[in-house]
Design a protein around this ligand. Structure first.
Ligand SMILES: [Fe+2]
Ligand SMILES: [Fe+2]
Length: 341
């Protein structure tokens, strides 16, 4: 029961800070204000894409299941993005972040909801079912892909637990490096896909999603510019571990899933490669193994350039030939995973 005090004093006591809502609308960085405006200007609706030009019956069932599998793989990351960013959005209020930064995180949450919706629209159309995990596969490959999808789903669920523990524990500055990693990765893959897909509806979707991810990247970069000169040595060492964790987690969609994080059956990668080849032949431009490796490496080097600027050690990523500080499995077991897509 709350004891009434309003009749005992003229003004209320101070509210302990920080509380969930800042009554303050200050923005110091004009860059984030511009990004917010761009997010409104560039808003799009997945339902308004040229769906009428997309004739699923022109594809075989094997092709449909192979393409739907790629969207399912993507949605393991994108379907967790809205709640993941909503959590970060709440944190910007708890930390009394600048007004335009709070709005930017709101825009990211909204954008990610669009990306998730796009995954759902593509999958539903291709499989004639809203559920890639529950629909009845039509081909033998489809059956194996559904098994893959179930394992991806299981592993993706493990990430959320780590994330929920990490967000209250770390400063936004630490969180941003992981966010940036996901955004660089995302911007990279969607740009590629928009250029290598033959189906108009996918080209347009990937162009829109890639543009959104570019804004997300810019948000992270402008916040890092503000906060990174003040990082402590301890924060820097957490960031180094988080980048390695992010590499392992995001490799599943950007490259191939490393056994260090991903607990998957032995035939998983072979089945996935088989489906990717079929999707590629059908005009759905999943990059080849070598192209993925080159792109992922380039994205990591981009991130490394940003961290180098702030004297934050980059982890060794021997998988894509990047040398750096060794991060062991034991380091990662004790870390909570924060990367975001
Ligand atoms: Fe996204
Ligand atoms: Fe994003």
């Amino acid at each position: 029961m709350h004891d009434k005090i309003a009749d005992k004093m003229e003004f209320p006591p101070e509210t302990p800070q920080p509380n969930i809502y800042p009554l303050r609308w200050e923005t110091k960085s004009s860059k984030v204000e511009e990004i917010w405006d761009a997010s409104l200007r560039e808003a799009w609706n997945p339902k308004d894409l040229p769906w009428d030009t997309f004739d699923v019956s022109s594809y075989s069932w094997e092709e449909r299941e192979a393409i739907a599998y790629w969207w399912t793989l993507l949605s393991v990351f994108d379907a967790s993005a809205p709640p993941v960013f909503a959590e970060a959005f709440i944190k910007t209020y708890e930390c009394h972040e600048e007004d335009a930064i709070r709005r930017c995180f709101f825009s990211v949450t909204r954008d990610e909801q669009n990306h998730e919706q796009m995954c759902g629209l593509a999958i539903t159309k291709l499989l004639e079912s809203p559920s890639p995990l529950e629909y009845e596969p039509k081909t033998e490959l489809g059956r194996r892909l559904q098994k893959n999808a179930r394992w991806l789903y299981y592993n993706g669920g493990r990430y959320w637990n780590g994330y929920k523990q990490a967000v209250p524990k770390y400063s936004l500055a630490v969180l941003f490096s992981s966010f940036l990693m996901g955004e660089i990765a995302a911007a990279t893959i969607f740009k590629q896909m928009s250029q290598s897909c033959e189906e108009l509806v996918f080209q347009e979707a990937f162009r829109n999603i890639g543009r959104d991810e570019g804004r997300h990247m810019a948000i992270c970069l402008s916040l890092m510019e503000r906060d990174y000169p003040k990082l402590s040595a301890e924060e820097k060492s957490i960031i180094t571990k988080q980048i390695r964790a992010g590499y392992l987690f995001l490799s599943a969609v950007l490259f191939e899933p490393p056994a260090e994080f991903w607990d998957l059956p032995e035939d998983f990668i072979a089945t996935q490669r088989e489906a990717e080849e079929i999707a590629r032949q059908a005009g759905f431009g999943v990059p080849s193994f070598d192209a993925k490796k080159d792109n992922w490496r380039a994205a990591m080097l981009n991130l490394k350039a940003v961290l180098d600027k702030y004297d934050t050690p980059f982890p060794a990523i021997p998988e894509v030939d990047i040398t750096g500080q060794e991060v062991t499995q034991a380091d990662l077991d004790s870390a909570d995973i924060i990367p975001i897509f």
